[in-house]
Design a protein around this ligand. Sequence first.
Ligand SMILES: [Zn+2]
Length: 442
Amino acid sequence: MIASVHVLHASPPEIGGFLRIGHTGHRKLEALLAANRLYFRRFVFDAAHIAEQTELVKSLRGSGCEIVLDPNSAEMATLGRFNSSVSKLPWGNPDRPWQPSDFGKGRNVDTAKAIAEFAVKYSVDAVLTPAHFVDSLPNGWTTVDMKLCEELRNELDRSGGKSVALDFQIIATNTLLRDTASRELLISSVRHLPVENVWIRASGFGATATGAATRSFMESVRHFHELQKPLVADYTGGLSGLAAAAFGVVGGMSHGVGQKETFRASGLNTPSKPGERKGSTKWIYVPELNRSFKQEQLGSLFGVRGARSRFGCNDSNCCPNGPEDMIENPHIHFITQRSRQLTDLSNVPELRRAEHLLLRHLDPAVRAARLASRLHPDDQALVKAMLASKKRLVNLRDALGDLHATDGGATRSSMPTFRGNLKNLNSAAGGQKNDKCGFQDH
Ligand SMILES: [Zn+2]
């Protein structure tokens, strides 16, 4: 035990990986947890779906994992989402999207009280503050969100949730974050709030962001280090998200299982078509190419001589039967591969992480994408996609290489503190460090 504590302190600080559970797939995650293959240890549950996922919540808690609740307030204020499953929550509104004026004096719904009671009911470790999307500032939502955050802290303290932490959410656009005046307004709004971490979900930044958008996000978000609170990039992934963590811009990142790696604000205002199931397509992650493919697309890529062995999963602890396994169980493959990337970066001392990302992750991806772009699969859309991927990766490499060369003195975000139960985490793993649902076991 003493040896394992010693190892914990000697390791470089670990990048916080948060997995968003979403509305489907929780049964698969239960199976992964039972098989000791759910390598993450921080999980975000949507308030709109947690009632159907209580078994998973219970098992994760029992294993010492951290549970974060997203109250889904942003969705409640948008035309495209207000009448989805979020409308049934006690602080939702099935009639119309909430507006800032609904949160004035004499309002009918006590949002903070309802969320606090809900959080205590589900015994979560932390709650994301009820926050709303802003694409320009000043904006009516900023004052509402600050007030809700303070009220939620008071209500949690009053209703038995003193130990439940609060993380502030900023949901905006990459363009807004680039604007100095808007950024300063956000920073001064958050500065005195009773929150541990600050989550930033930016439309225009994510797994498929261009080199310019990635660099812009990184340069803008660095200004938030002034808050001296750990930052978490939400709805991000791929090499752009990993770069934000490796360069120390954020201390953690959050996404779903092969989804929610990009946030598009435009989607919030597009009503869902009846019967439409968002996120039901099976996407298969190919880390070497920094992208996911639909099953048919991957089939046509693998149909080209040599591509299957070059891009199929050859990690026997992830997909023992190679490409067949990655296609059959894309969620296990995604979780394993993303956790490998986070662990690989976390194992490197902080000041060497940016270089490590460039040389060990981004350069090989550029080489792989160049090779893939020279293949000739039958699917013309795929040929186009591979060319676009190559172009994007080369641009990302150029933008991040230049940023690395010029930002020697840049500040770094601290890492989010783990809020689960480390004792349970270790004992659930039979004494091995974080072996149950943590990602430090490889
Ligand atoms: Zn695999």
